[in-house]
Design a protein around this ligand. Structure first.
Ligand SMILES: [Zn+2]
Length: 283
């Protein structure tokens, strides 16, 4: 009778019990039609709106949503928060200060059955800290970015509102450079389109979704911060290129008319408060 080599037995014994019993993770089945989930990634509480060119706005607070696009052909994260999960306290202490985050992003994804590794594509409206905090979590996704945006993210020169450590892992990510002067159709069927809208940053972009029940939606990144900015020439005082921003706004406003899309300003606190949050979704 053959004897089990003693080394094989030792190797077997060395496998932790948990690893033997842990069920293999399976990502949720892709939905039949496009879905959009909105996660709570925090709130910003500026003291005033002066850096946005206003003495007064109706609501000073800013929402920080994160978005998961679930398409029959794969998933995409759009904007990933203002504080990395590792720095978020979930002990019930009331948050204080300008940046207030009470919920981590990863558990919100996991509540839907997704792990960060399940996410096929990663895209941001732009590189600023309040849109890229958890970027490193999605380093195994394919990153969709304009060349000029990637360049400023990893440039040696100073850049405003940039926190390199939060996205440093993307330097080695699989990266798809997308056009600076044309729409990019993420899944090839016209339902998830990234549109260039430069100015706030060199490669700022917005997300157009064709949702079956909800209708067309434009998730506008920081094309605007406050609704009051619409139909004015007020842009933030930390804008990369004001003329470019105003041109992008004019182009997108025209697109809203022709497409009939709703405009979702990500930082519009009152508007965001009315939107369904995950696990509910738009379809
Ligand atoms: Zn922002």
């Amino acid at each position: 009778m053959p004897r089990t080599p003693i080394l094989a037995l030792i190797a077997l014994a060395a496998v932790p019990l948990g690893a033997q019993n842990a069920p293999a993770h399976h990502a949720p089945k892709p939905p039949k039609t496009l879905r959009l989930y909105i996660f709570d990634c925090g709130v910003l509480k500026p003291e005033d709106a002066k850096s946005f060119g206003f003495d007064h706005v109706a609501e000073l607070k800013m929402s920080v949503p994160c978005f998961l696009v679930a398409h029959p052909k794969g998933t995409m994260m759009w904007d990933v928060g203002v504080v990395p999960d590792s720095d978020v306290k979930e002990d019930g202490t009331p948050p204080q200060g300008f940046i207030q985050v009470t919920r981590r992003l990863k558990p919100q994804l996991e509540a839907l059955g997704y792990e960060p590794e399940d996410i096929k594509y990663l895209a941001f409206s732009h590189y600023h800290i309040d849109h890229t905090a958890n970027a490193n979590m999605f380093a195994s996704s394919t990153w969709l970015v304009e060349q000029a945006e990637r360049d400023i993210m990893f440039s040696d020169k100073p850049a405003p509102v940039r926190t390199e450590k939060n996205f440093s892992a993307l330097k080695d990510s699989k990266t798809k450079i997308i056009p600076a002067d044309a729409d990019y159709d993420v899944f090839g069927d016209g339902t998830v389109i990234i549109k260039p809208a430069q100015g706030h940053t060199p490669g700022h972009q917005v997300l157009f979704l064709k949702l079956k029940k909800t209708g067309p939606v434009l998730v506008a990144g920081d094309l605007y911060h406050y609704n009051e900015e619409r139909n004015t020439d007020h842009v933030p005082n930390f804008e990369f290129n004001k003329e470019q921003s105003l041109a992008s706004r004019a182009k997108i406003e025209e697109f809203l008319k022709t497409s009939g899309a709703q405009l979702w300003i990500e930082h519009d606190y009152a508007a965001n408060a009315k939107l369904k949050k995950s696990p509910a979704y738009y379809e």
